[in-house]
Design a protein around this ligand. Structure first.
Ligand code: ATP
Length: 352
């Protein structure tokens, strides 16, 4: 079911926490809400679920305004970080709780629980008590309980944040599988940009109650709308230059640019800058071995440049700290991406 959030504002204790947020989510999309702590991700999720009163704006589902529809009648279900399971009850009781309230016959409840436990890969766990389960198993039970409501929209508020890396990946894969099989629309709140990039059809990057950018993982990474977005997704170099008559030029290269004349900075990711052992002009200040990749901090006359490359390629270059080398910019990539931002500071140094 498609979802539209239209100029939504929400106040919490008289403070406006969401400011006119608008968002269109297509039926069956997997969306991540990403952003620093306190930017309003949970508030947006809870507003969609109907758990918070909204100040102004509308939330529409399939074109119908649901802003004033009770939470249990919206077709949404939310899984919180703390899962909110009943620790002394069995798995079956936890999952069947809402069905019991709705007076669904016992045999049907049992069959639904059995099927859901299979779906979340916990077959046969009906009689286990929650307090006797691992963190990962509890997450699966919470998911099964959410799915028991047969939601059209699944809302997940950082449900994997307490898990170790391996379990996080496993749970992520399970959620994606359930999302695809059940043709759900899923909205995941996360702090983890890698998780958002891997799992989502589109990412909403939020900042202080506003949306900075709403785009596909590739677009938001390669075509950030601002320096703030670019910096959020990883290290970046900003190199000053000028656009004149649709051509951007800086110390290192030139490229065609569809911008008005003026001062700009081109954003280059560390992988766009290639060391040239035979060249000159850059002092190798620091080499950091990261396993699959190597990071190099280079000092030029004007500032510092950060570059990163695959470590097997780096080994062949025989570069050491203290060496003087040159750099080459991957000009085709830079021209293709057009990451040009209006110059914000008078600082001539490259920023990292
Ligand atoms: N019940 C509340 N009363 C007043 N202010 C609140 C309440 N809950 C949250 N806030 C404030 O609203 C803002 C947004 O909070 P929210 O929980 O939506 O952020 P978040 O992006 O989900 O953060 P986190 O990633 O830390 O969970 C924060 O400044 C927070 O302090």
């Amino acid at each position: 079911m498609g979802l539209t959030v239209d100029r939504l504002s929400v106040k919490l204790q008289k403070e406006e926490v969401l400011h006119q947020v608008s968002l269109d989510i297509r039926d069956g999309e997997f969306i991540s809400l990403l952003g620093a702590s306190g930017c309003g991700k949970t508030t947006l999720l809870k507003s969609i679920a109907g758990l918070l009163e909204i100040e102004s704006g509308e939330i529409r589902m399939g074109g119908r305004d649901i802003s004033r529809v009770a939470p249990e009648r919206r077709g949404t279900v939310i899984v919180f970080q703390d899962l909110r399971l009943f620790p002394h009850m069995t798995v079956e009781k936890n999952i069947a709780f809402a069905m019991e309230v709705k007076k669904i016959p016992k045999a049907e409840r049992k069959e639904t629980v059995r099927r859901l436990l299979n779906e979340v890969q916990l077959p046969g766990y009906e009689n286990r008590r929650i307090k006797e389960m691992s963190g990962g198993q509890m997450q699966r039970v919470a998911l099964a309980r959410a799915l028991a409501a047969n939601p059209r929209i699944l809302l997940l508020d950082e449900p994997f944040s307490g898990l170790d890396e391996r379990l996080r990946l496993e749970m992520g894969a399970l959620v994606k599988k359930l999302h695809n099989e059940r043709k759900l629309t899923t909205i995941l709140v996360t702090h983890d940009k890698r998780e958002a990039l891997q799992m989502s059809d589109r990412i909403v990057l939020m900042d202080q109650g506003h949306i900075l950018q709403y785009a596909s993982p590739e677009d938001i990474f390669y075509h950030p709308a601002s320096r703030k977005v670019a910096d959020y997704f990883g290290k970046a170099n900003y190199i000053s230059g000028r656009v004149e008559e649709h051509c951007f030029s800086c110390e290192f290269f030139e490229m065609a640019a569809e911008k008005e004349d003026g001062e700009y900075e081109v954003m280059l990711r560390p992988f766009d800058i290639l060391p040239e052992p035979e060249g000159s002009g850059c002092l190798v200040e620091e080499i950091v071995f990261m396993g699959e990749t190597v990071q190099l901090m280079l000092k030029t006359q004007k500032g510092r440049i950060f570059c990163q490359m695959v470590s097997t390629e780096f080994r062949r270059m025989h570069i050491c700290e203290g060496d003087e080398i040159g750099i080459r910019i991957n000009e085709a990539e830079a021209a293709g991406r057009q990451n040009l931002f209006k110059k914000e500071t008078a600082n001539e140094a490259y920023c990292i």
